[in-house]
Design a protein around this ligand. Structure first.
Ligand code: UDP
Length: 400
């Protein structure tokens, strides 16, 4: 049974404490009970956004009935949440919080308060969080305050760019975490440099590598996708943008859309809700008409187009790791990166501006040769056993 805690009701759009709780207390406490026939206490796995669902999917499945899945509701639109649960064959969360879209501070505060209540009633053995979202930070803070061990999946990434809210989130989570699951030796070295002790770190690989081969559609389904989107294999660009620094400033979003619109091949742009809202507010309809705007795609559809594309232009973190499995190059539109492992191979960092078109056009000029070169390169993010290693490390931590 799924239970809901609501930070705010529709009628009450302001701050209220204590928060109204939708589920009767007894029901929520039932959610804490181990599945029938087992005597094992549960491990809370907290997620709230599209990339967290993707990167925790195999961890959740491997934990099986030991997992208590908690969705904070940070991403609440079905296109960014429920479609991913379905395609990744996950049950719906045991507990669903409704923190909704609000300011960063309030989102972290509300999620922390609700998770505190959730952990106090469910008493998990450990709390697993992933990445650098407000949800991950709130999960780590709430667990730490209840003296519950914190596990950070995808620990140790650093952009060294203090302008990025994600950098602050990931640094704090790593320092609260009792177990840091670092995807690479580079991320492990970042943690050690900051004084995180060796026994708290394990190098696991990145859990997204486990999931891509399972979800990417087969060739026939991919042909269907090409037809549906009206594009030709390896002769189109797939683009995604949603980071505040790229979409919240009119000049920056304007230049990115102009660069995409001027590329010599069609550009498919699944428009993130944040980007759609900003583009509408800035009156960028004409700029959007020069690319093929579509709704945010489900994971299968996105990976299918990804595998068939010539290249990506994106500010996403996760697509850079996926690119190392699907062997496609990504123009990363950012001022800094926390993923140096793929720089110069699967990814190239480009600040918003004319460099986007220049790099993409350079790659497009001999795209088949570039694909052939990338096809020979292994992923620096592991061989697909990161989730299993993560679960093993959690069990070792709990046993000690
Ligand atoms: N993604 C998707 N559909 C889309 C755009 C992205 O399935 O229309 C997937 C993408 O493959 C990756 C994840 O969403 O796994 C990235 O999410 P996002 O860019 O929101 O977060 P980030 O990785 O930057 O933290």
């Amino acid at each position: 049974m799924q239970h809901t805690l609501r930070a705010r009701t529709a009628a009450d759009n302001g701050y209220r404490y204590p928060f109204p709780i939708a589920a009767p207390d007894a029901d929520l406490e039932n959610a804490a009970r181990p599945a029938e026939g087992t005597r094992v206490k549960r491990i809370a796995v907290v997620y709230g956004t599209r990339p967290e669902i993707v990167k925790l999917a195999v961890v959740l499945r491997q934990l099986g009935p030991r997992a208590l899945a908690v969705h904070t509701g940070q991403h609440f639109s079905p296109a960014l949440s429920d479609v991913f649960l379905t395609q990744l064959r996950l049950d719906h969360p045991d507990i669903r919080l409704e923190i909704g879209g609000t300011s960063r501070g309030r989102q972290i505060g509300e999620a922390t308060a609700l998770l505190d209540e959730c952990f106090s009633r469910t008493q998990p053995l450990a709390v697993v969080v992933q990445g650098d979202t407000n949800t991950a930070l709130a999960g780590a803070l709430a667990a730490n305050a209840r003296d519950i061990p914190v596990v950070h999946v995808e620990a140790g990434l650093r952009s060294f760019d203090r302008a990025m809210p994600e950098e602050h989130n990931r640094v704090v989570v790593d320092h609260l975490a009792d177990l840091c699951c670092a995807p690479t030796e580079t991320s492990r070295a970042n943690l050690l440099r900051e004084g995180v002790t060796e026994e708290r770190i394990v190098v696991t690989g990145n859990t997204v590598i486990d999931v891509v081969p399972e979800i990417v559609p087969d060739e026939e389904q991919r042909r269907g996708l090409l037809d549906a989107f009206g594009v030709e294999a390896k002769r189109f660009v797939l683009a995604t943008f949603h980071r505040p620094e790229n979409v919240d400033v009119a000049d920056v979003l304007g230049v990115i859309l102009d660069q995409l619109g001027a590329l010599p091949v069609p550009v498919v742009l699944p428009l993130h809700p944040r980007t759609a809202a900003r583009a509408a507010a800035f009156g960028f309809d004409a700029k959007l008409e020069r690319v093929r705007v579509v709704e945010p795609l489900g994971y299968e559809e996105f990976l299918g187009l990804f595998a068939e594309s010539a290249l990506l232009v994106s500010d996403s973190g996760g697509v850079q790791e996926e690119a190392s499995v699907l062997k496609r190059p990504v123009v990363v539109v950012r001022n800094s990166t926390e993923r140096p492992e793929v720089q110069g191979t699967f990814a190239q960092l480009v600040a918003p501006g004319a460099g986007i078109g220049a790099v993409a056009a350079g790659w497009l000029a001999d795209i088949d040769a570039l694909h052939a070169r990338l096809a020979t390169m292994p992923s620096p993010y592991g061989g697909g056993d990161a989730s299993a290693r993560t679960v093993e490390a959690i069990d070792r931590m709990l046993a000690s």
